[in-house]
Design a protein around this ligand. Structure first.
Ligand SMILES: Nc1ncnc2c1ncn2[C@@H]1O[C@H](COP(=O)(O)OP(=O)(O)OP(=O)(O)O)[C@@H](O)[C@H]1O
Ligand SMILES: [Mg+2]
Length: 281
């Protein structure tokens, strides 16, 4: 089955210069399917965050990062473009591991972007705030205290508030870097449920250290090892029938539960038409 490609990298190479030069990405070419959730997995330091940040040029904040290759949002390069950087980062939003609410009310945390970028009436802003808070499953928990400071919420609620703030900018792609790893199990589950709800509407690229989370949420999985793309496949084939020995070892070492055959699909012939494997010697 083929899917529309929302975002893709072409021979992306990122090197951090300095006393010790590190090649964090070693010529990575990978597709991200539209309205799907792609999980990026791999050992610590293998380039996951670097790949994520290079998708909306966030790595440029680090002055020692050098990049070659390209990233395409649809048909347009995000590097070779006249589009202003804030607009690229609006279209490709980034949700960090540790969310920071703005020092304003819950309402204004969500309304902040629309207030700056648009000419909205109070009723329109009310509608945006309610819609986005509902999307992240937070409306029921906060609608009686929208004027309270965002910082008063629990860490899990703040993560969902920051997701709502990102969504209010109407992005096409959401980049999520370990967004549940700093949360308690119940909050993590709530954020996970939110991402599951959002993925039919947005293209989500998510870095995770949790194999179980990748199994529960991902449509596609990308495995990085020491800056190389080792394997990319649909999640079911990836976990049930890894093509590369290194993937097999990594998945085996990080997996506690079997892949759940919840939809009763035929298991005999895992779909592998989108498999992409590269030797990472
Ligand atoms: N600003 C920087 N300057 C120098 N080296 C860096 C910088 N940022 C990252 N690196 C190096 O680049 C490599 C990839 O880092 P990156 O943060 O992308 O890995 P990661 O897979 O996200 O790791 P983790 O799972 O620990 O978050 C690592 O070797 C890291 O030390
Ligand atoms: Mg990282």
């Amino acid at each position: 089955m083929t899917h529309d490609i929302a975002l893709r990298t072409e021979d992306l190479e990122v090197t951090y210069t300095g006393n010790r030069e590190v090649t964090a990405l070693n010529g990575v070419s990978v597709d991200f399917a539209a309205n799907k959730l792609t999980a990026i997995i791999g050992p610590s330091g293998c380039g996951k965050s670097t790949l994520l940040k290079s998708l909306n040029r966030l790595h440029e904040i680090q002055p020692n990062a050098e990049i070659s290759g390209d990233v395409y949002l649809g048909d347009e390069s995000v590097y070779d473009t006249d589009e202003p950087l804030p607009e690229i980062r609006r279209r490709v939003g980034y949700v960090p591991q540790k969310p920071t609410p703005l020092p304003v009310s819950i309402y204004n945390n969500v309304a902040y972007g629309p207030k700056i970028h648009g000419d909205h009436s109070k009723a329109e802003l009310d509608d945006i705030v309610e819609t986005q808070l509902r999307k992240v499953n937070l409306w029921e928990e906060v609608n009686d205290r929208l004027d309270a400071p965002g910082a008063e919420l629990s860490t899990g609620q703040i993560q969902r508030l920051c997701l709502a703030r990102s969504l209010a900018a109407e992005p096409e792609v959401l980049l999520c870097d370990e967004v549940t790893s700093a949360l308690d199990p119940i909050s993590a589950e709530q954020v996970e449920e939110t991402l599951a709800d959002l993925k039919s509407e947005y293209t989500i690229v998510m870095v995770t250290h949790s194999m179980e989370q990748a199994k529960r949420l991902a449509d596609d999985v990308v495995f990085l090892y020491l800056g190389d793309l080792v394997e990319r496949n649909d999640a079911r084939s990836f976990f049930e029938n890894p093509q590369n020995e290194r993937t097999r070892e990594f998945v085996k070492g990080h997996t506690a539960v079997e892949y759940d055959d919840a939809d009763g699909a035929d298991e005999s012939e895992p779909e592998s038409t989108t498999a992409q494997t590269v030797s990472a010697e």
